[in-house]
Design a protein. Sequence first.
Length: 463
Amino acid sequence: MNEMTKPQAASAEPEPRAATGLLDRAFRLTERGTSVGREMMAGATTFAAMAYIIAVNPAIMSNAGMDRADLVSATALAAIFGSVMMGLWANLPLAVAPAMGSNVIFTYVIVKQMGMPWQGALAMVAFTGVLFLILSLSKLREKVAKDVPEALKIGIQAAVGTLIVFIALRGAGFVVQNPSTYIAMGSLRSPPVLLTLFGLLLTPVLVVRRVPAALILSIVLLTVIGFFVPGANGKMVTSMPSAIMSWPRWPTSTFMALDVGYLFSHFVVALPLLFYFLCAEFFSTLGTLIGVTGAANLRKPDGSIPNATAAFATDATASIVGPLFGTSVVTAYIESITGVQAGGRTGLTSLTVAGFFFLALFFWPIFVIIPSQATAPALVLVGVLMMQGLARIDMTDLGNAIPIVLTLLVTVLTNNLINGMALGTLSYIALEVTIGRRSRIPAMVWGLGVVFIAYAIVTAQIF
């Protein structure tokens, strides 16, 4: 027996090296100057930077009438699918999860303002994913990137960022209705308002000081304080959870709940929103790819992004699968750059992020009790980050400045993104024609102007 066990002991020794060698070949670790341990640490860092989405996405989308506990599971499952796909196919250190901004538009514009049932809205997001997949796998991708004017892209992104800030503050009670001024700040004698104010001062300080996992740390701290802050109806701002851990909950109420029939019966009304989701997803992915691959020194000598088609197709596929679970657009996260700074260079970082999202499924009772006062400061920071593109625009050129300002202000003041997009686009066309730059208006923008006019006619019931 001793003679038989000796070879077995000898053969068992190299197994860890064999496993490491397999990962090295699969993810090209040595070629990119990294290791398994470094990739796992990078994945943990990225997850810490973006874990807030597990709390924030359900908090937002539950306002559309969806079950919040199911949304926690749907959020994590969509992130797991997208991050695993990004890691295995594109081999890039990019984490994927439900997109901020799109979830706000889904809830407050499509469902609450336009009256579309959330099942129809999920079908619209999935259909956008199909269009994005076609775009990703074809040469149309370069054409879209080139044809949409920077003023419109930045105007829409800044408008969504501003809308996120407004909705977050309103949801936390920090901004309230006022018969004289329409809106006003909530009473500073209200404990929930004071808690939100504390968060608004604390969270930016944590971010500016580059505290690791600043947003999720802010959410956790404010949630804990909420146990001791009185809210409405004599209850505390934060309710006690039913448990700390529980078996993962399948999103029964949202899984495969898409209403495709509603989408196609209201297609003209949905068309401008399809354009928004398509552009938002495309340019968000493009910007994230450029930023993360640049920080990781992964771009090719000619400046191109490695495995770009696979990365775009991953985002598109995740945006088809995400609505099947019950969440909005799924996209690559710019927070992935924190993992790159920690040494992440391959898809093994993304797989590690997926592993942490899997573990988070067991803590869903904690995520469902997080109050809006805890998530509002994080949302404000996300909104501010979405406005940073304004710095790239020459605001002395009125042909650019006016469409951007109109898009932003009309969106926030009317609480309607479509109004802002429409006025911004039509003003851009009018100004370019007036200035004598008609030839610079791409066919896509002319088409978008027609879409917005048709949308206005249909919604106003003018036939």
